[in-house]
Every structure is written in structure tokens, then in C-alpha cells.
Design a protein around this ligand. Structure first.
Ligand SMILES: CC(C)(COP(=O)(O)OP(=O)(O)OC[C@H]1O[C@@H](n2cnc3c(N)ncnc32)[C@H](O)[C@@H]1OP(=O)(O)O)[C@@H](O)C(=O)NCCC(=O)NCCS
Length: 130
């Protein structure tokens, strides 16, 4: 399998309903909840790519460009964009999808770096490089 195929195969999509227990007092998705969901999809993507134990070491530049209203769906997409020696980077996008129309738009983006760890919780090389 090529690197591109492995990246394609590990691309991860999660849909969630924006229910009232996830929103703030403006009736939009709470930013901290969005970041929790993003780290989760990024973690799943990193693990499906590597099939190794992965931990988050860093998150970068999370842009909240559109508020996400209650009563919509969100789709989270995680995709590996860089593979280093022991680390890799996952780019995450969140799209808002209306429940009763086909309307869909990008709302949040960010990137998360993960490190593969061994049984002593120390960095270990990612097996799949090419
Ligand atoms: C992950 C951890 C084991 C890494 O150990 P470390 O000694 O800091 O790592 P190193 O300096 O050897 O760097 C390992 C890799 O991470 C990268 N890295 C280190 N700090 C980074 C940062 N702030 N941002 C992005 N990448 C970073 C390095 O470039 C290196 O990548 P490479 O091997 O692909 O070149 C350690 O930092 C740790 O346990 N952190 C806590 C993780 C955690 O609890 N996460 C939340 C729960 S999942």
C-alpha cells in the first residue's frame, strides 16, 4: 500500500447531532465541545493510519469561522497531512449540515499532532512511512 492509499483509507468521518447539551447560551455549539470532538476524530484517524498507540502532543490554529446552531448535524473529517519519524499531523474540518435541506458549510478547522509511544510511553518510530 502506498502512503497516499494509507492516508485515504484512514480518513475518518464522524457525524453528530448538535443537541442542547452541547450548546452554549447563544444556542450554538460550545467551542470546548467542538475541540473535544476534533481531538477524538484526530485520534481515531492517527490510530487508524498507524495502528500504534498514539497520544496528542499539540493542537494548532483552530479557526472557528462559523457558529454551529443547535438542531443541525456536524460532520467531522480527519486526514493525515504529514508523517514524521515518531509524529504525524492530522488536519480536522467540521462541516455544518442542515437537517432538513442539503445545505452544508465548513465551520471549524484545526490541526493536531500525535506521537506514537511504546510500552514505556516514550516516542517510537511510526512503522508506516512509505
Ligand atoms: C508525547 C511524548 C511522549 C513525547 O515525548 P517528547 O520527549 O516530548 O518527544 P520528542 O521531543 O522526542 O519528540 C517526539 C516527536 O514529537 C514532535 N514534537 C515534540 N513537541 C512538539 C510540539 N510541541 N508540537 C508538534 N510536534 C512536537 C517532535 O518533532 C518529534 O517528531 P518526529 O519524531 O516526527 O520528528 C510526551 O511529550 C508526552 O507524554 N506528552 C503528553 C501526551 C498526553 O498526555 N497527551 C494527552 C492525552 S492523549
Amino acid at each position: 500500500m502506498t502512503l497516499e492509499e494509507r492516508i485515504q483509507n484512514s480518513e475518518t468521518h464522524i457525524f453528530k447531532a448538535v443537541f442542547p447539551n452541547t450548546t452554549n447560551h447563544y444556542d450554538t455549539l460550545f467551542g470546548g465541545t467542538a475541540m473535544h470532538m476534533m481531538d477524538e476524530v484526530a485520534f481515531i484517524t492517527a490510530t487508524r493510519f498507524s495502528r500504534q498507540k498514539m497520544v496528542t502532543i499539540s493542537s494548532e490554529k483552530i479557526d472557528f469561522t462559523k457558529p454551529i446552531p443547535a438542531g443541525t448535524f456536524v460532520e467531522l473529517i480527519g486526514r493525515v497531512t504529514r508523517v514524521g519519524n515518531t509524529s504525524l499531523v492530522v488536519y480536522v474540518e467540521i462541516y455544518i449540515e442542515e437537517m432538513y435541506s442539503e445545505k452544508r458549510e465548513k465551520a471549524i478547522t484545526g490541526q493536531f499532532t500525535f506521537v506514537a509511544i511504546d510500552e514505556n510511553k516514550k516516542p517510537t518510530p511510526i512503522h508506516f512511512k512509505q
